[in-house]
Every structure is written in structure tokens, then in C-alpha cells.
Design a protein around this ligand. Sequence first.
Ligand SMILES: CC(C)(COP(=O)(O)OP(=O)(O)OC[C@H]1O[C@@H](n2cnc3c(N)ncnc32)[C@H](O)[C@@H]1OP(=O)(O)O)[C@@H](O)C(=O)NCCC(=O)NCCS
Length: 159
Amino acid sequence: MDYQLVRLSQEPHFAETCAAWVYGEWRCQRKEASYPKVLAYLQSAGQPESDLFECWVAVQDWRPLGMACLKRVEHVDRLDLSPWLGSVYVHPEFRGGGLAHALIAQVERQAVEEYGAKECYLQTGIPAFYVDAGWEDIGRVRDTRGLNKDGWVLMRKSL
Ligand SMILES: CC(C)(COP(=O)(O)OP(=O)(O)OC[C@H]1O[C@@H](n2cnc3c(N)ncnc32)[C@H](O)[C@@H]1OP(=O)(O)O)[C@@H](O)C(=O)NCCC(=O)NCCS
């Protein structure tokens, strides 16, 4: 598949689409969440005071295909861990072609090259997907929405 990985901080017109993906997939079941809040968070990508280091977008011509973020913080109970990979999402029509793995690799590269990270963390309900990309299961974190009583798998990758 022919595509480019671009920084949302440099291509901000993709923010609405990325916010719609994030809000629909993860935030809409959270009482305090709103689409405008998600949009504002994504629009802060790359700004010095932001917890969102960057959001990478896979793009084909004008078409956004998927996204993945590098974040300073992700889970309120694990502020000791940083940075985090998060918001890995590929539009359903473009799944199964290696896009998510390419986005993840880009986030990992940025963590090393721009933040000197030796490790990166994530929370997920589909750990098998990340094991394939070299991530290891190191425990669990609470689902702060209170929906998933078993919480999420906490994973780490040495970079
Ligand atoms: C999970 C997701 C990001 C995968 O995107 P993708 O571009 O299709 O992934 P890739 O093409 O890079 O990788 C495909 C591989 O991942 C595997 N995979 C995909 N979804 C998976 C899942 N839910 N659980 C385990 N493995 C999965 C596929 O079986 C495939 O394996 P193969 O290469 O051995 O055939 C995409 O399905 C998605 O956006 N889902 C909704 C959001 C989500 O769940 N994000 C991750 C949450 S932490």
C-alpha cells in the first residue's frame, strides 16, 4: 500500500478525523469525555506544554488511513511510566495491510530519537497484537471508565 506517515502537528487538518476515531473508539462511554475535548487534546500535539508528544497519521493522497500517538502520560495510576504508545487506530477499510505496525514502529522511532527513551509503555485489551511487535506483558491497569472489571494489560517494550 502506498502511503506516508505525517505528523498531526504539521498537518493539523487531519485533527477532526483523528478526534472522531478516538472519541468513537475509546472516549464516548466516558461521562466526562466530549468530542471537543478530544479534538483540543489532539490539536495540542507537539506543543511544548502538551502531554501529547505527537500523533502520527498514515495518509494516502488526501485520505487519512490510520493514526498512533506518542504520549508523555496515559494512565492516571501510572504517572511513574513514560512515554506511552496510544490511540493506535486504522480505518476498517485499510486494516490487515501492516499499517498499524508501521505506525507503531514510527512512534517507537520518535520515542528513541527525540526523547531518548529506552522503554515505552501501552495499555490494551488485545495484547497478542503487540506481542508480535516485540512488546511484553508486565501486569494490569484499571479501566478508569469502570466498564471492564479485569482492566487492561500493561505492556512494555525495550527500545
Ligand atoms: C488493531 C488494529 C489497529 C490493527 O490495524 P491493522 O492495520 O489491521 O494491523 P496490521 O495490518 O499492522 O497487523 C495485522 C495483524 O494484527 C493482527 N490483529 C489485528 N487485530 C487484532 C486483534 N484484535 N487481536 C490480535 N491480533 C490482531 C492480525 O491478525 C494481523 O496478524 P498477521 O499479520 O499475523 O496476519 C485495527 O484493527 C484497529 O484500528 N482496531 C480498532 C482500534 C484498536 O483496537 N486499537 C488497538 C487498541 S490498543
